[in-house]
Design a protein around this ligand. Structure first.
Ligand SMILES: [Zn+2]
Ligand SMILES: [Zn+2]
Length: 350
């Protein structure tokens, strides 16, 4: 297959810093869209993957799955995209398209495993897929999203992972007006969860371990902020929440949050702590409560989320950096020193 050589930013080993690499993209096929990448968000999973912390990383790796840019070429059979339009790519670039999940717009749960934007087998070129820290990407139009020109484009990039990861569970568990919803943690995911739950009409209670984040949580739209390390503040919310979105990746006490749920309430994990989380049976039994998890969202739902954000004027709060700042940004990410998402200006990749 014909290919094109482009610049990308990635690494050849877990211990090595990221640097400029040359990679190949396939020539545009009949159903493909080629996107010149303008911005790419930095997700915590980029760092985990680059450093092989989840194991299974194939090198060289080019991370990045919060991609926005402009369509520069379309295949002969492409129906929904035109050259010059804005477009986005999230965590998936393909899936089997035939299993029940794919047929029901749940490609993220594809039985065959969806093809992730980076570090998945590349059925076109062999080898593995390369992500958005790069000049361009070629993706089947069925896995490309439309992006509104009403919003700040750099701030839209993180919607493609952090946005859909929080939107999908809020929708699935029917968060809306008249409900009290808890958001645990104010990071890349949590800050989107606050904005989206608020825009859906819920009363939003934010839980944080740091008093210094109270004002920030309020600015993001929280109706109430609770210091989760203070048992008295926690007790005030006992049995009062309809739903809790848990965005924390560090070890934390799940029971203390389950006990804040009403009867039939659900706590859904979108953060991913590495170690198993202990849960006391009675925290679930006494209240018929559910402890759940959720992964990104399907392509149709991702488009719905982007449209919802355009309608409600929602973008991520970001800090724009150049590619040469990525290694430093990873270190800051580990310290939580970011409000709330780094976004790479890909024009800096030369
Ligand atoms: Zn991500
Ligand atoms: Zn499938």
């Amino acid at each position: 297959m014909e290919t094109k050589s482009i610049k990308a930013f990635g690494t050849e080993a877990a211990e090595a810093p990221l640097k400029t690499l040359d990679i190949k993209r396939r020539a545009v096929q009949a159903h493909d869209v080629e996107i010149e990448i303008l911005y790419c968000g930095i997700c915590h999973s980029d760092l985990h993957s680059a450093r092989n912390e989840w194991h299974g990383t194939m090198y060289p790796i080019v991370p990045g799955h919060e991609i926005v840019g402009r369509v520069v070429k379309v295949g002969d059979h492409v129906k929904n995209f035109k050259v010059g339009q804005l477009a986005g790519v999230g965590c998936m670039v393909d899936s089997c398209r035939e299993c029940d999940h794919c047929k029901n717009d749940l490609e993220q749960y594809c039985d065959e495993g969806s093809i992730l934007t980076f570090n998945s087998p590349d059925k076109h070129l062999g080898g593995h897929t390369f992500g958005g820290y790069s000049q361009s990407i070629v993706v089947d139009e069925n896995y490309v999203l439309h992006i509104s020109d009403k919003l700040d484009l750099a701030g839209v990039a993180p919607l493609l992972c952090a946005g859909i990861t929080t939107y999908s569970p809020l929708k699935h568990w029917k968060v809306g007006p008249g409900q009290k919803v808890g958001i645990v943690g104010i990071g890349g995911l949590g800050h989107m969860g606050i904005k989206l739950a608020k825009a859906m009409g819920a009363h939003v209670v934010v839980f944080t371990t740091s008093p210094s984040k109270f004002d920030a949580a309020k600015q993001l739209g929280a109706d109430e902020v609770v210091l989760s390390t203070d048992p008295e503040q926690m007790a005030k919310h006992a049995k009062s929440l309809n739903f809790i979105l848990d965005c924390v990746s560090a070890e934390h006490n799940i029971d203390s949050y389950l006990n804040l749920l009403k009867v039939d309430g659900t706590l859904t994990l979108v953060g991913a702590p590495m170690d198993p989380l202990p849960v006391t049976s009675f925290s679930l039994i006494l209240g018929r409560r559910s402890f759940a998890g959720s992964a990104i969202g399907g392509i149709a739902e991702t488009q719905e989320m982007l449209d919802f954000c355009a309608e409600h004027n929602i973008t991520a709060d970001i800090e724009i950096i150049g590619v040469n700042d990525v290694n430093n940004a990873y270190e800051r990410l580990l310290k939580g020193d970011i409000k709330y998402r780094f976004v790479i200006d890909m024009a800096s990749l030369k």
